[in-house]
Design a binder for this molecule. Structure first.
Ligand code: SAM
Length: 234
C-alpha cells in the first residue's frame, strides 16, 4: 500500500513576512525539528524574496535571481529556444514564460507540476540520454541554456565541492555542445576553487563572461551566477 503524502513545509505564521514590515517571525523549536531545519524555516519565513515570491505566485524565490540577470541582459524573449537544467520547482521557467518564451524544455531529478507549454523531463541531467532528449523536445538547438542545478549535499566538504563542480562542468559542456552561435549560458556556480577554470574555459567559447551576484542570492552564500553571452560557435 502506498504511504499517504507527507507534508512538505510547515505553513508560515501570518504577519511579519513582508519587506520592511513587522518584527521577524519566531518559530518554536519543535522536538522533531533539527537546529538547521529550524534556522532554514525562520530564514525562509523572514526572507523578503520568499514573501514576494509567494505573493506573486512564483514557485521559488530563485525566480528573482533570473529576473535580475535577465533585466540586465534581455536573453528571454519571444521566439528563443530555452533549456532549463534543474528547474524544480519551476521559478526560472515561470520567469521565462512570463517574458514571452514559448519553446522551453527543462529537466530535474524531482517531479515538477506542469507549467504548459514548458516540456519537462524527470531524469538525471548527467544521464547521456538527457541532452539529446531535451534538444528533441525543443525541436532544434537552444538560444539560451540555463542551469540552476545544485546537488544534494552529503556533508563532506570535499565531496560536496566535487559534486557541485561536476554539475557545472556538465552543464557548460552541454551548452558549448548545443547552443546556437550568439547564444547564452547562465549557470549557478560557487566562488573559489575550480570556478576560475570554468570561467577561463567559457571565455574561450563566449565573447563575454560575467560573474553576477543577484540581490536574491543570499549574501552569506558563496553562490554566484556565471553569465556567458555571444557563443562563438563550434
Ligand atoms: N531554478 C529552480 C527554480 O527557480 O525553481 C530552482 C533549482 S534548485 C536550486 C536546484 C535543482 O537542481 C533541484 O531541484 C535539484 O533536484 C536539481 N538537480 C540537481 N542535480 C540534478 C541532476 N543531476 N539532474 C537534474 N536536476 C538536478
Amino acid at each position: 500500500m502506498s504511504e499517504p503524502p507527507r507534508k512538505r513545509m510547515v505553513r508560515p505564521p501570518t504577519g511579519g513576512t513582508e519587506e520592511g514590515r513587522g518584527r521577524p517571525a519566531r518559530l518554536k523549536t519543535a522536538k522533531e525539528r533539527t537546529a538547521s531545519s529550524q534556522a532554514w524555516l525562520e530564514r525562509q519565513i523572514n526572507d523578503p524574496f520568499a514573501a514576494k515570491a509567494r505573493a506573486h505566485g512564483y514557485r521559488s524565490r530563485a525566480a528573482y535571481k533570473l529576473s535580475e540577470i535577465d533585466d540586465r541582459l534581455r536573453l528571454l524573449k519571444p521566439g528563443v529556444r530555452v533549456v532549463d537544467l534543474g528547474l524544480a520547482p519551476g521559478g526560472w521557467t515561470q520567469v521565462a514564460l512570463e517574458r514571452g518564451v514559448t519553446n522551453i524544455a527543462g529537466v530535474d531529478l524531482l517531479p515538477v507540476d506542469p507549467l504548459p507549454p514548458a516540456q519537462i523531463l524527470e531524469m538525471d541531467f548527467t544521464d547521456p540520454a538527457c541532452g539529446p532528449k531535451l534538444i528533441e523536445l525543443l525541436g532544434g538547438p537552444p538560444d539560451v541554456v540555463l542551469s540552476d542545478m545544485a546537488p544534494n549535499t552529503v556533508g563532506h566538504r570535499a565531496t560536496d565541492h566535487l559534486r557541485i563542480i561536476g554539475l557545472i562542468e556538465a552543464a557548460a559542456d552541454f551548452a558549448i555542445g548545443v547552443l546556437k552561435p550568439g547564444g547564452a549560458f547562465v549557470a549557478k556556480a560557487f566562488q573559489g576553487g575550480e570556478t576560475a577554470q570554468i570561467i577561463a574555459e567559457l571565455k574561450r567559447h563566449f565573447r563575454e563572461v560575467r560573474n553576477m551576484k543577484p540581490k536574491a542570492s543570499r549574501a552569506d552564500s558563496s553562490e554566484v551566477y556565471l553569465v556567458a553571452t555571444g557563443f562563438k560557435g563550434r
